[in-house]
Design a protein around this ligand. Structure first.
Ligand code: NAD
Length: 290
């Protein structure tokens, strides 16, 4: 039997522990697939992750139990890159703020920044980072990328420069995060990281909330050290309405919607279903993680 969460909301470990007994294949979104949730899964053979990030899966426990894990690499990278482009433009041209003002009967003069001639730094030059860089190339900006395992050939092809993280942070007017959440990137964007950023720069996070220390980011935005931030992801989702970041006029927030487009939904759905069924038939899936 295959289980797929149709509620549109991620399930917590307790809910999963009730739903997973008797299930052979689990097509999983952002549900909390912890050891506690998996302990109850008495028949589970495969967790087929509908999406890319694996930070919500206890991979070590799954390995111990010989549960195969798959994901859908590349399936949503164009959609997330397009959202990042949208968030960059929304931030530097203050599109949401201008909409609010116009709706309220105002007609302010909104002076924004042009992307042309600016330096954009991409932290994490994997599937999404590359799609973003390709799209940015058309905006005539300078593109810097940092990745511990960069792809020089791709960077050269699109005219992006591979740099150190320090160089990227110090030179970029706009910084976009596209790295995975792992124990080593948890809280990586903290006060020390933010203090290396060029004053007045903008930060975009469509990766994972926990990569950023939200209190440190708030302090940096409030002081004006950072000009603005666009966040598609938060440490707690949905964020507490009292989350101070949501009170700042220079913050744009979206509800983790990077992968929610027709194309990405279709691709993630087909790949995760095919791989789930492949494992259950005893065949090798296309995108086995472990
Ligand atoms: P990917 O695996 O193709 O690329 C990630 C890249 O980050 C890799 O090249 C890796 O070497 C690099 N990296 C790892 N540690 C790094 C570090 N410390 N500094 C800089 N780079 C580092 O993954 P992807 O498809 O590009 O996705 C990236 C992340 O985006 C996912 O892990 C997921 O968390 C997030 N994501 C968010 C949404 C959304 O809806 N907002 C959708 C899809 C993915």
């Amino acid at each position: 039997e295959v289980f797929y969460n149709r509620t549109g909301k991620p399930l917590n470990a307790d809910q999963l522990a009730e739903l997973l007994p008797g299930i052979d294949g689990f097509i999983a979104g952002l549900d909390t697939i912890s050891a506690e949730a998996l302990q109850a899964a008495d028949r589970l053979i495969v967790i087929s992750r509908y999406g890319v990030g694996l930070d919500n899966v206890d991979l070590e426990y799954a390995r111990k139990r010989n549960i195969i894990v798959t994901n859908t690499p590349g399936s949503n990278s164009v959609s997330v890159a397009e959202l990042a482009i949208g968030l960059i433009l929304a931030l530097i041209r203050q599109i949401p703020q201008a909409t609010e003002a116009t709706r309220a009967g105002g007609w302010p003069r909104v002076n924004g920044l042009s992307l042309e001639g600016k330096t954009v730094g991409i932290v994490g030059f994997g599937s999404i980072g590359k799609q973003l860089a390709r799209r940015l190339a058309g905006f005539d900006c300078r593109i810097l990328v940092y990745d511990p395992f960069p792809d020089p050939h791709f960077a050269t092809q699109i005219g992006a420069y591979i740099t150190s993280l320090d160089e990227l942070l110090g030179q970029s007017d706009i910084i976009s995060l596209h790295l995975p959440l792992t124990p080593s990137t948890h809280g990586m964007v903290d006060e020390a990281f933010l203090s290396r950023i060029k004053p007045g720069a903008f930060l975009i996070n469509t990766a994972r909330g926990d990569i950023v220390d939200e209190a440190d980011l708030y302090a940096c935005l409030q002081s004006g050290r950072l000009a603005g931030a666009a966040l598609d992801v938060f440490c707690q989702q949905p964020p507490d309405p009292a989350n101070p970041l949501l009170t700042l006029p220079n913050v744009i927030a979206t509800p983790h919607m990077g992968a929610h487009t027709d194309g990405a939904t279709n691709a993630m759905g087909w790949i995760s279903l095919k791989d789930c069924l492949a494992v259950l038939r005893g065949e090798e899936p296309s995108f086995r993680v472990q």
